[in-house]
Design a protein around this ligand. Structure first.
Ligand code: DUC
Ligand code: ZN
Ligand code: ZN
Length: 467
């Protein structure tokens, strides 16, 4: 008997960013070949009765095989990070190719391609990080890299080794506008953070618990306003990453009301955790050091509202994996190091979808279609991958998260698949978990085991913005 399909996901409820329907999904040659009721036979079948069938997650912000400016390598590479992402329902991610000063961006990206080839487990792209916008970088490297499928770059307004001046930001924005590239901005006022930090240190407040106070919400709000203003002056599209507080939401709301080309994300840690979570014994506090820092309950409420009303466009993990008990991680400067020298960031690739589903959809803050938009369709659209990614449509890559909406899981790092030694969400009770993850038609996670080899993931050349 000849079979029409390589794979049919049968009897599930397909959820896209716009609709929810009972449909079978037929897959051939890694792509969706048919959608309909009672599709014909397949070589392989996935019984999706009682499941939601959603486009595989697209994580638009994560740090993989990235060396920090102080020389630390992230714990996850393109294999471990990709496996972890897949086990959480994510089938594409876009980590950063991070330039350090003095480097040519083209050489940096070539290095990240080498790190990914032969290791990648899921499909991937690269955002660029520009810390040295030298003339050759803006005039030669950037146009080439955008043409090669990397039409997005991040700039920092803080951190001595990374930050750009306002004038440099204008140069980058202008170059990006010419190339129709998206500029992602880490928005915190560097001088305000430095001033506040020196006051805390002078008072002897060096423990990790003081890290949030050193990076005030006002500093994030001011920088967000400035980034949007500078982007507007240069005619560029701007994306504010890891929005954590009401002060940063305010200028985004205003800019969107004015019809400006401004988009923004938040991350599960800002929705679910607060500075109060740092109240732990000893060095354990360091698990929660990230920048911008964890904020307050009213900020969490404002972020949920901003997800629901469209002020925020997507939820990314900002997976920045530095192990807790590791001299190549949070312990780089010892257990008594001041908060200023503890590596910033926390893991979150695998839990991004389960946490947002449980806290968002199950608790009634988001519809299932909003969940799909925020975790898959919007990032695919904004970063030039739609409808190849982020869609359940004939011709799209067969990237699917087959979701068990009822499965209850108590989060435990022991059950996760990254190369980390902790999760900041340990012990959290969740409802909804991927039953199966399909990447280009291959079942890479069946709810118990991982299937597939390092190197199966492919680079996704992304398209620039349409205008
Ligand atoms: N910014 C990020 O995007 N991730 C980790 C730390 C930081 O400052
Ligand atoms: Zn950042
Ligand atoms: Zn980040």
């Amino acid at each position: 008997m000849t079979t029409a399909f390589d794979l049919v996901v049968r009897g599930g409820t397909v959820v896209t960013d716009t609709e929810t329907r009972r449909l079978d999904v037929g897959v051939r040659d890694g792509r969706i070949a048919a959608l309909g009721e009672h599709l014909g036979a397949a070589v392989r079948e996935v019984d999706a009765a009682g499941r939601l069938v959603m486009p595989g997650g697209v994580d638009a912000h994560c740090h993989i095989a990235q060396r920090s400016s102080s020389g630390l390598m992230t714990a996850d590479d393109f294999f471990t990070g990709g496996v972890s992402a897949a086990c959480g329902g994510t089938t594409t991610f876009v980590p950063f190719a991070a330039q350090h000063r003095g480097q040519r961006l083209r050489d940096v990206v070539a290095g990240y391609h080498r790190a990914a080839e032969g290791r990648a487990f899921i499909d991937y792209g690269f955002h660029l990080i520009v810390s040295d916008p030298a003339e050759a970088v803006l005039r030669e490297d950037l146009p080439d890299l955008v043409a090669q499928g990397c039409p997005s770059l991040k700039v920092y307004m803080t951190y001595e080794a990374l930050k750009l001046t306002d004038r440099q930001m204008l140069d980058v924005f202008a170059a990006a506008a010419r190339l129709r590239a998206m500029v992602l901005v880490h928005a915190e006022n560097s001088d305000a953070v430095a001033w506040q930090t020196s006051r805390l240190l002078a008072a002897g407040h060096t423990e990790p618990r003081h890290h949030p106070a050193s990076r005030p919400a006002l500093a994030e709000g001011e920088a967000t306003h400035r980034a949007i203003a500078l982007a507007g002056l240069a005619g560029a599209a701007v994306f504010i990453v890891h929005v954590s507080c009401r002060q940063a939401l305010a200028p985004i709301i205003q800019a969107k009301a004015e019809g400006r080309r401004v988009w923004a994300e938040t991350c599960p840690q800002y929705l679910l955790l607060s500075a109060a979570d740092m109240d732990r014994p000893g060095f354990e506090m360091a698990k929660f050091i990230c920048s911008p820092p964890l904020r307050s309950a009213p900020d969490q409420a404002a972020l949920w509202e901003a997800l629901s009303d469209g002020t925020l466009d997507l939820v990314a993990s900002d997976h920045a994996p530095y192990r807790l008990h590791d001299v190549n991680g949070k312990l780089a400067h010892g257990a008594d190091a001041p908060f200023t020298s503890i590596p910033n960031g926390m893991p979150g690739l695998e839990l991004r979808l389960p946490l947002l589903f449980s806290e968002g959809v199950v608790k009634g803050r988001l519809t299932a279609s909003q969940f799909v938009a925020l975790t898959s369709t919007n990032p695919a659209r904004l970063y030039g991958m739609y409808p190849r990614k982020g869609a359940i449509a004939v011709g799209s890559d067969a990237d699917l998260a087959v979701w068990d909406p009822d499965r209850e899981v108590v989060v435990s790092h022991a059950a996760l698949h990254d190369a980390m030694d902790y999760t900041p969400f340990e012990g959290l009770r969740t409802t909804g978990w991927p039953a199966c993850t399909i990447s280009r038609g291959e079942i890479v996670w069946d709810g118990r085991s991982v299937h597939g080899d390092a190197g199966r993931g492919r680079f996704v050349a992304r398209a620039p913005l349409e205008h």
